[in-house]
Write a protein that binds this ligand. Structure first.
Ligand SMILES: *Cc1c(COP(=O)(O)O)cnc(C)c1O
Length: 353
């Protein structure tokens, strides 16, 4: 508390990211990728022309937007880029959801959404997940709200709806923006991007942090109708004209150029996910089916808090949410095979032994 803070700053509950430990640990708590970025990214960093840094970067990031447009089969004016998808989401909430009606989000989804709502003073309405821990698309009312936002695959559950189900939702939602956060695209879910031409109110966000191993460079994007993208640009240019630096832009383009590396890493993660899923079930865990690079799993022999603590003592970090409805579960990022074996080995030993 400080007398210098604007009113309301003290009342904020900021997002708490997963811990970044200083000592070496097996890090399975923030859904980072265990594999290195594409080789082309290394070449960009090694040969980057330092003199470029004297200049401001291109405020429109047109080269990266063109590369993303090519990758996703859309036009550059349907693409927006920003400093991590967290920033893109913050702009989107400002551009589309600051209305008198409440924003609808699922009860369990990316926990940054309520933080933006609080920051902007938006009313929020949370809808329970269905009995299979899925976003209950059929429970979303057709009107009386200021917009809808959820992650697909969802976090921390890992469940993804098929494109046909998202299309069904959009057919009932014509008046407000539907934001689908595809941070975990690439690990087996269908993307909603092919629906953007039919639904001018659909905004899909994505990131280079998870499937492209570039969390450290902070590169996020959004794809939607040029109408929505223009709205985002208006917010961006009222906040920061240059959210993406030239190093990040060039690295992102190099990553997009190596589709083979991307496919190979995603496939390896999906394979490891399958093995880990089976191994945890053998240990008596309930494990939800996942289309993301993490598993949401609940132990049967000890509390999730105890399993979390035991893993931590053994140098393995996973994510534990001490929150109503989630406190029986662990969210475990998929690392490489060796890391997942170490995790299963620790969990296999009965507590107390
Ligand atoms: C990780 C994550 C993000 C943030 O990604 P950045 O691009 O690293 O900011 C956004 N949404 C969800 C659901 C995520 O899990």
């Amino acid at each position: 508390m400080s007398k210098f803070w604007s009113p309301g700053v003290e009342a904020l509950t900021p997002y708490v990211p997963g811990e970044q430990p200083r000592q070496r640990m097996i890090k399975l708590n923030t859904n980072e990728n265990p594999y290195p970025p594409a080789k082309g990214v290394e070449r960009i960093l090694r040969h980057f022309d330092i003199d470029t840094l004297r200049r401001y970067p291109d405020p429109t990031s047109i080269a990266l937007r063109e590369a993303l447009a090519h990758e996703h089969g859309v036009k550059p004016e349907q693409v927006f880029v920003g400093n991590g998808s967290d920033e893109v989401l913050a702009f989107a909430f400002r551009a589309f959801f600051c209305r008198s009606e409440p924003l609808l989000i699922p009860e369990h989804t990316y926990s940054f959404y309520p933080v933006y709502c609080q920051l902007y003073g938006l009313e929020l309405k949370k809808l329970p997940l269905n009995e299979r821990w899925e976003v209950a698309l059929d429970q979303l009312p057709a009107d009386g709200h200021g917009g809808i936002a959820f992650a697909n695959p969802n976090a921390p559950t890992g469940h993804a709806h098929e494109r046909s189900a998202l299309q069904g939702l959009l057919e009932r939602q014509r008046e407000r923006v539907v934001l689908i956060d595809e941070a975990y695209a690439g690990f087996g879910a269908e993307s909603a991007v092919p629906l953007i031409d039919e639904f001018p109110n659909l905004l899909v966000t994505g990131t280079f942090s998870k499937s492209r191993s570039l969390a450290g460079l902070r590169i996020g994007f959004a794809i939607g109708s040029s109408e929505l993208i223009e709205g985002l640009e208006r917010i961006k240019d009222s906040f920061n004209s240059y959210p993406l630096d030239p190093i990040a832009s060039a690295a992102a383009i190099a990553s997009l150029e190596d589709g083979e590396h991307y496919q190979r890493c995603c496939k390896a993660i999906m394979k490891t996910r399958q093995h880990t899923h089976e191994a945890l079930e053998t240990l008596g865990y309930t494990v939800l089916p996942s289309k993301s690079n993490f598993l949401f799993a609940s132990p049967s022999q000890e509390s999730a808090a105890a399993a979390f603590a035991r893993l931590r003592e053994n140098g393995i970090l996973v994510r534990y949410f001490d929150r109503p409805g989630l406190s029986d579960w662990l969210r475990i990022s998929i690392g490489n095979d060796e890391e997942m074996k170490a995790l299963v080995d620790v969990l296999r030993h009965e507590p107390g032994q």
